[in-house]
Write a protein that binds this ligand. Sequence first.
Ligand SMILES: [Zn+2]
Ligand SMILES: [Zn+2]
Length: 346
Amino acid sequence: MRCYCVMHHGQPLEPVDKDTPVPQGSEVLVKVKAAGLCHTDLHLWEGHYDLGGGKKLMLADRGIRPPLTLSHEIVGEVVGGAGAPFGQTVLVHPWIGCGECAACKRGEENICIKPQSLGVVRPGGFAEYVVVPHARYLVAIDGLDAAEAAPLACAGVTTYSALKKFGARITTDPLVIIGAGGLGLMAIEVLKAMGGQGAIVVDIDPAKREAALKAGALVAIDAKAPDAAAQVQAAANGGARAVLDLVGATPTVTLALAACARGGHIVVCGLMGGDITLSLPVIPMRPLTIQGSYVGTLGELRELVAIVQRTSMKAIPVQRRPMAEVNAAMQALIAGKVVGRTILVP
Ligand SMILES: [Zn+2]
Ligand SMILES: [Zn+2]
């Protein structure tokens, strides 16, 4: 089978032909129909995360080394494996754990101490076939389009899991969403499906603000405006009660802190990197909740797919490209030229 692999960090992915895997034990073989390209793929390709202050988190220190087959947003057809639902089109839950640590036993495989995530640790979807360790990671997507369903495995479950962390306040107050890329547009749709009050979207790119308004955002604010925080506060009736930062960079978290009302809740999902200095008395005195959220659980992905199937939730815009164009697709994402999600198709 052909796959497109990171052979050296920062160098173009290379087409590699290898033997089609034969599923062993509980494994399932899935023939890829659609594979999403996510910002995380860019970090994996670069080989590091920016921790701020000149520090970097090197993926090699976590055992993640080339050759790597990226893409963790995978939809495909089950073509092999004992007891697998042969012929079914499925979305694959990629956030797989060791199955043995305390987090895995709680059903939170996404925060396992020895993650086995597809497209990160194990080979992912930029290939003709993917091996999934067990059929329980397959989610049936009857009635959904393969390319439109693929982003649910990362952009979808990441925003759904983050939105759940705000509790009931998203139904009584507008939610500030920082970043209107694939995750931001997904967050607008999931928020609607969860009965949210609506979204105040912040982004530096006019095309992305436009897309957010088209998707139903209440207002879209230019993050580069000198009074951006004041504009957010005004739109949020004096101060934000809930802020979802999908960028996770020094300027965005700074903006989130400035825009919050007393009692505000910030959830950071983005991994762009950087750092902040925070006066500690501010946390109890304002009082603030600053919380992280990392992808989501298998249970949350099943809930989300059920919501999409049950409601009129719109899919985020997807641009289908042949898998052979993966390098050009990555360059477009790096240049900030992608509205919604790029989906590579074999
Ligand atoms: Zn585990
Ligand atoms: Zn992702």
